[in-house]
Design a protein around this ligand. Structure first.
Ligand SMILES: *Cc1c(COP(=O)(O)O)cnc(C)c1O
Length: 395
């Protein structure tokens, strides 16, 4: 067999990420590779940090992209802020809170779990009780936007609770950033990480991260060395920061071209404006919802806790959900997500993230679902979804 160039099909990405990447961002990756210590590149790094401060709504000095996917951002927070023997209160209402627990335990720290149902928001009263009875808690860790269920939790209230009990807050904003308000300074959050492939609509593989000055002090005053050499922020900062105006030093080779893409996607976000991006995500969510409901399909999550960029859709009676997804992919090049973990086989996850959050995506998804489900004789009302969405979109 001769292996030749790989040419992927052109898909429409409406799952839990990656989302569609704009041609401007894709073409940025094809620009010439230059050295990661080239002065021109260092200038671009400073712009990326400045643009990330805008995206995160923070003045934090330590705001930078971690070289790795969202999971690397998560791990960077835990290995730097938590030491063996520490106690961390971890909230879990879906898949990603469970990964936070794994991170805490692998460090040799204790995770006190606050569990909520999959599909419910984090219950602040339970968190308060856990913080109260645990005593000396190093950090409160939670997921702002649970991509496995489409639930948004009260990040502002949770960060305030952490502060009240003298704990750091560690916030997963992978799916929330740019899709729904992430207000790092207003919340007083200490460590917040995200991902490039969700509402930033950039190529996957980079994790934006921001740490408060208080969190940076905790990193500087560790009793033990960070157990990960690669993620040790006290070393990585030597490359990403030159607060004293000194030279940047080599730590690892930055993913140069992937950072061009992040820079471009952040330039596009700045040009649109965060508020406009949030409003766009809300409007397209409402249009999708109107179409789904007209068709007779429902959303799993309570209205108040719904995430506009990730819609957990309940399945019509008696249909093979995997066959529907396969048909959408084969016939329409359209990817939607399956249920994850406890929700596997119970819901579809329709993402309206970044570039995938627009009228054309909403209408394609609704009409493709209508056609596919009708062909399978599913109990839906056919021929009404697009009109219902159109009304929300254009009046
Ligand atoms: C996608 C996601 C992650 C993991 O990001 P990767 O880039 O896949 O490593 C973490 N947390 C949440 C909430 C996510 O949606």
């Amino acid at each position: 067999m001769t292996i030749t160039s790989f040419n992927p099909p052109q898909r429409v990405l409406m799952g839990p990420g990656p989302s569609d990447v704009h041609p401007r961002v894709l073409s940025a990756t094809a620009r010439p590779t230059i050295g990661h210590l080239d002065p021109t590149f260092v200038g671009m790094m400073d712009e990326v940090k400045e643009l990330l401060r805008y995206a995160f709504q923070t003045k934090n000095t330590l705001t930078m992209p971690v070289s790795g996917p969202g999971s690397a951002g998560m791990e960077t927070c835990f290995v730097n802020l938590i030491e063996a023997g520490d106690t961390v209160v971890v909230c879990q209402n879906g898949v990603f809170g469970g990964r936070m627990k794994e991170n805490v335990e692998r460090i040799g720290a204790t995770a006190i779990m606050v569990m909520d149902d999959w599909g419910s928001a984090i219950d602040l009263d339970k968190v308060r009780d856990a913080l109260k009875s645990a005593g000396n808690v190093k950090a409160l860790a939670f997921v702002h936007a649970e991509t496995s269920t489409g639930v948004q939790s009260d990040a502002k209230g949770l960060c305030a609770l952490a502060q009240e009990f003298g704990a750091l807050s560690i916030v997963d904003a992978v799916t929330s950033l740019a899709g729904t308000p992430v207000m790092v300074d207003e919340w007083g959050a200490d460590a917040v990480y995200s991902g490039t492939q969700k509402c930033l609509s950039c190529t996957p593989g980079i994790s934006p991260l921001t740490l408060s000055d208080k969190a940076v002090e905790v990193v500087r005053n560790r009793k033990t060395k960070c157990p990960s050499w690669f993620m040790d922020l006290s070393l990585v900062m030597g490359y990403w920061e030159n607060a004293s105006g000194g030279a940047r030093s080599y730590h690892h080779t930055a993913p140069v071209n992937a950072l061009y893409a992040l820079h471009e996607s952040l330039v596009m976000l700045k040009a649109e404006g965060l508020e406009n991006s949030w409003a766009r995500h809300t409007k397209n969510h409402l249009a999708l919802r109107a179409g789904l409901e007209a068709m007779g399909l429902g959303l799993m999550v309570n209205e108040a806790d719904r995430l506009p960029q990730l819609n957990a859709v309940t399945l019509p009676e008696g249909i093979d959900e995997a066959a529907v997804r396969k048909s959408l992919l084969t016939n329409y090049d359209l990817e939607i997500g399956a249920g994850l973990g406890a929700l596997a086989g119970k819901v579809w996850r329709i993402g309206l993230m970044g570039q995938s959050s627009d009228a054309a995506h909403v209408v394609l998804c609704l009409s493709a679902l209508d056609g596919t489900l009708s062909a399978m004789n599913a109990p839906i009302k056919s021929g009404v979804a697009v009109a219902a969405a159109q009304k929300v979109l254009f009046g």
